[in-house]
Design a protein around this ligand. Structure first.
Ligand code: FES
Length: 77
């Protein structure tokens, strides 16, 4: 079986764009139909259709960089 190949793009001041072959799951492991090949996942927390982005981030002026702003804690920390 071929492993899924996907990319996740962190959009400045916006969502996470997921492209490629992926499976979207709930925390309980239920499959969520993304409805399209590329999905935008809400990063601002204010979408009314979570986990998908509905564009609210623009209305609320959500700001977050595309790249990390600091070092991540060590694994297991
Ligand atoms: S990132 Fe778009 S609504 Fe939250």
């Amino acid at each position: 079986m071929e492993e899924p190949v996907a990319s996740v793009t962190v959009c400045e001041d916006g969502p996470l764009l997921v492209r490629g072959q992926f499976t979207l799951l709930t925390q309980d492991g239920e499959v969520v139909d993304p409805g399209r090949a590329t999905v935008a996942l809400c990063r601002c927390g204010r979408s009314t259709i979570k986990p998908f982005c509905d564009g609210t981030h623009k209305v609320i002026g959500f700001q977050a960089p595309s790249a990390s702003t600091g070092d991540r804690p060590a694994a297991g920390a």
